[in-house]
Design a binder for this molecule. Structure first.
Ligand code: GDP
Length: 210
């Protein structure tokens, strides 16, 4: 039996009930089939949905508690990029999503070396898209499908080395097997952003008559 989950069960942006002080915009980018959508679904719903309505390119929003603060996280899933003779072929959608985002998740699959090979070019795309800013947005590199050890094509050491060369955080994760690492990775990204862009302090309320 095939489980087909309609992604509209996730609160899809634009939401009208956002009570959060802060909105964090995250773009998820990478090659095709690396598990971008599965990771977004896993993070937002805690579930792995093996087969679901193909809806790459959707924007989802959910309020979460981050270190005691209520934040609205908007996650932009994007179509997969590929390399062709002219370099990285990526849709305008991916570029616009990167420009829109405050923070970026780059994903490759440990089972697909080509998806790993595109990460350097994706990182350049992020750098160009944010060239006018003094600092790059926080970026996290996710090596997905860690459960598929028997078909691993990217050595476990390669991911951390690349992440360190690109000054990104690195997590090896499995959207299908493990929620906790996916959760930790997205939350780390949000914390880094909060450090980079602290909320303006609230005006202090002075007690009447004091
Ligand atoms: P996208 O094109 O990058 O959005 O990739 P999808 O999220 O559509 O995933 C592509 C395929 O990989 C689907 O069949 C998923 O069920 C499967 N998949 C995604 N993540 C994992 C994972 O961590 N482990 C395994 N075994 N399969 C995964």
């Amino acid at each position: 039996m095939r489980l087909v989950q309609n992604m509209s069960t996730i609160a899809e942006y634009p939401g009208t009930d956002c009570l959060s002080n802060r909105v964090i915009k995250i773009a998820v980018v990478g090659g095709s089939g690396v598990g971008k959508t599965a990771l977004v679904v896993r993070f937002l719903t805690k579930r792995f949905i093996g087969d679901y309505e193909r809806n790459a390119g959707s924007l989802y929003s959910r309020d979460v508690q981050l270190d005691g603060e209520q934040v609205a996280i908007q996650v932009q899933d994007t179509p997969g990029v590929q390399v062709n003779a002219n370099g990285l072929s990526c849709t305008d959608h991916v570029t616009r999503s990167i420009q829109w985002a405050d923070a970026v998740v780059m994903v490759y699959s440990v089972t697909d070396h080509r998806s790993f090979d595109l990460i350097g070019q994706l990182h350049q795309l992020v750098s160009h898209a944010h060239a006018e800013r003094s600092t790059l947005p926080p970026i996290i590199l996710l090596a997905n499908k860690a459960d598929l050890l028997h078909v691993r094509r990217v050595d476990a050491q390669q991911g951390p080395l690349l992440a360190s060369a690109l000054s990104c955080f690195f997590y090896e994760v499995s959207a299908s097997e493990d929620y906790s690492q996916v959760h930790s990775a997205f939350h780390r990204l949000c914390r880094e952003l909060a450090k980079q862009q602290p909320l303006p302090s609230q005006p202090s309320v002075t007690a009447a008559g004091s």
